[in-house]
Design a protein around this ligand. Structure first.
Ligand SMILES: Nc1ncnc2c1ncn2[C@@H]1O[C@H](COP(=O)(O)OP(=O)(O)OP(=O)(O)O)[C@@H](O)[C@H]1O
Ligand SMILES: [Mg+2]
Length: 260
């Protein structure tokens, strides 16, 4: 699968494994991810589903090198970035952003929303005189009301925080976005808005997205392809329609049954 698709611009994870060692002298080993291969093309949304603890977040963090894999390769647009030193990887890091389930942890509680956003703009090197214009542009796109950006994270709703996080992330103009249960803490109507926005963004800006979720309905509505994970392994992967209509693994059939 990976070989067939290589050549196109994409994020590829090739036979990635991750073991965590805990306890006395690291004697307890958790095999969080085992030989997982996955690719995400530009403009494509790939879902990652599976029960709690199966390794989804670990794989998502490896994809942006927040975690190093124990084995396997991370390829970005054809470049093997696995062992690339941080100073060289920096330019790739900007192209790959991650959004977490608990948006409030992404923002410093001591900063107002706008301070957090502008801090990112400064990091990216956006000149001061262009920052206001960019803030207005992106906040309109993500539906973040500008009259609340002077508030601190504890003074706004979860949906508003997630929109502020998206404003920061979109300023980087990422090529790939990892979304780790980005809307599971939000109520249904806010969730729907943010999901629509993400889908539009993926298609408009040709952004590749790895979308981690427990929610099969969200995956079905959002994604082009989906990978099914169990106990650290990817059991099957394919077009959403195929996997949902005729799953190959008993596990996926069970997930679909239990979700109805
Ligand atoms: N830093 C860590 N140290 C030790 N074990 C860890 C660490 N991070 C994750 N694990 C373990 O690795 C396994 C996979 O965890 P992971 O967070 O990737 O699961 P998940 O599929 O994202 O679960 P959920 O759906 O609940 O978010 C779990 O058994 C978890 O306890
Ligand atoms: Mg997780």
């Amino acid at each position: 699968m990976i070989a067939e698709r290589s050549g196109a611009a994409m994020l590829e994870l090739i036979k990635v494994s991750k073991e965590f060692r805990t306890g006395f002298l690291g004697r307890n080993i958790t095999h969080a991810v085992i030989d997982a291969s996955l690719c995400v093309d530009r403009g494509e949304i790939v879902g990652l589903i599976g029960e709690s603890g199966c390794g989804k977040s670990t794989l998502g963090r490896i994809a942006v090198k927040l975690l190093m894999p124990s084995r396997g390769r991370i390829i970005l647009d054809g470049v093997d970035v696995t062992d690339m030193p941080e100073n060289q990887f920096r330019k790739f890091r900007r192209q790959m952003q991650i959004i977490f389930q608990h948006p409030e942890t992404a923002l410093d509680p001591q900063f107002t929303l706008v301070e957090s956003i502008l801090e990112s703009f400064n990091k990216i090197g956006i000149p001061k005189e262009k920052q206001r214009e960019l803030l207005e542009e992106i906040s309109e796109e993500v539906n973040l009301p500008l009259d609340i950006v002077d508030r601190h994270p504890n003074q706004v709703s979860g949906g508003e925080i997630q929109r502020a996080v998206l404003t920061r992330v979109f300023a980087f103009k990422p090529r790939y976005l990892i979304l780790d249960e980005p809307t599971s803490m939000l109520d249904v109507s806010v969730q729907a808005h943010i999901l629509q926005l993400l889908k539009r963004k993926a298609k408009q800006d040709n952004m590749g997205m790895l979308f981690i979720s427990h929610d099969l309905e969200v995956i079905r509505a959002m994604c082009d392809r989906v990978a099914v994970m169990k106990e650290g392994m990817i059991l099957e992967e394919g077009m959403v329609k195929e996997i949902f209509n005729s799953p190959k693994s008993c596990y996926m059939s069970q997930l679909i049954e239990n979700n109805v």
